[in-house]
Design a protein around this ligand. Structure first.
Ligand code: KG4
Ligand code: ZN
Length: 344
């Protein structure tokens, strides 16, 4: 059994975790920066990097102490090396390198997206490759076929906004504050999803990708028209977003070949109506549907440690001069799409 220390700092969560190759999370700590960024209505990269630098070392110490461990008990150090906000990524990666150097333990540089992609296997020992993954968060919006560790086929990505970003922007339009996804979902409960006619960008399109910018603009125009109730705007937006996701997934599943399960990861997986729609879709395809528990869906270090454990088990490690990568596609062979790659 191996014990891996994971470090995550690619966006606005500073996190450390100790995870074993047997799927035990020995300890983990997350410091959210929501409060720090709230006045700006979104993540400010420079402020995020500074906050990571202040918080990471004590967080790692607390994680080791909680598990009753020292670095001597750790087999490898896994740190997010991209993609993400480069200042924050560098804080985490450099810290990981320093710990690796000081302890003589190997460094494993983790792609943050791989952390999300493999996290369902940390939660569920029965989940085997290949599976279909919908990865939806504030910065990511992709459909992937996960064939194995380091083996990903990207079936679709967004040509403009990520899904969580669309939720956050809608929340901003409705004056709900940041982060907006949960607030939109709550308001939508009291609304009528058919009240506001909104577009479903790319619905039924031959292209595989997502687009949410037009939907967000339509919400803005509808809000400015003064004709609609806020809760109806929220409910109608949420339904349009779900319709788009289901349509795009249907298309991707048709071209993906056999998979063992439909899996969702990323912060938007918290959205209950979305989960219910995904569950129904999986049923119609005769697939089991799984989502990691919420704390593993949103950004965290346990998923980074787990990806490290999967790689460590395969005998992999990285050199100490591994460079941080602000952009780092999971599937390097995927064709670039117009307008895409705005965020990781
Ligand atoms: O995975 P995550 O914590 O961080 C990123 O890597 O982005 O995802 C955060 C995103 C935010 O955009 C947030 O608004 C969205 O996930 N989110 C939700 C819900 N909870 C979080 N979106 C819709 N409904 C929710 N309940
Ligand atoms: Zn993420």
């Amino acid at each position: 059994m191996a014990t891996i220390l994971g470090i995550e700092s690619s966006c606005d969560e500073t996190a450390a975790a100790l995870v074993t190759s047997e799927r035990a999370i020995l300890a983990q700590h997350i410091a959210s920066q929501d409060e720090v960024h709230r006045p700006y209505g979104g993540v400010v990269p420079e402020i995020a990097a500074r906050a990571h630098a202040e918080r990471l070392a004590p967080l790692i110490e607390a994680t080791l102490a909680n598990a009753g461990c020292t670095l001597a008990d750790v087999d490898a150090i896994a740190a997010t090396a991209g993609p993400g906000l480069i200042g924050g990524v560098m804080v985490g990666l450099v810290t990981g390198k320093a710990l690796a150097m000081a302890s003589g333990k190997p460094l494993i540089a983790i792609n943050h997206l791989e952390g999300h992609a493999l996290s369902p296997r940390l939660a569920d020992a029965t989940l085997v490759f290949p599976y279909a993954l919908l990865l939806v968060s504030g910065g990511h919006c992709q459909i992937l076929r996960v064939d194995g560790v380091g083996r990903y086929r990207r079936m679709a990505t967004t040509i403009d906004d990520a899904l969580g970003e669309a939720f956050d922007k809608t929340a901003k339009i409705l004056g709900l504050g940041y982060p907006g996804g949960p607030k939109v979902e709550k308001l939508a409960q009291a609304g009528d999803a058919r009240a506001v006619p909104l577009p479903r960008p790319l619905l039924g399109s031959h292209e595989p990708h997502f687009s949410f910018a037009g939907l967000k603009s339509a919400v803005l125009r509808a809000k400015e028209s003064g004709q609609y109730r806020e809760e109806d705007l929220a409910a109608s937006f949420q339904q349009a977003a779900i319709d788009c996701v289901i349509d795009r997934l249907q298309r991707a599943l048709a071209g993906m070949g056999d998979v063992t399960a439909l899996v969702v990861a990323g912060g938007v997986a918290a959205n209950r109506p979305m989960r219910e729609a995904l569950e129904r879709l999986a049923q119609t395809h005769g697939l089991p549907f799984t989502a990691p528990p919420l704390p593993l869906c949103t950004d965290n270090a346990a998923m980074i440690a787990w990806a490290g454990a999967e790689r460590y088990t395969q005998g992999q490690s990285d050199p100490l001069d591994f460079a941080a990568r602000p952009r780092w596609p999971l599937d390097p062979d995927a064709e670039p799409v117009r307008g895409a790659g705005v965020k990781a």
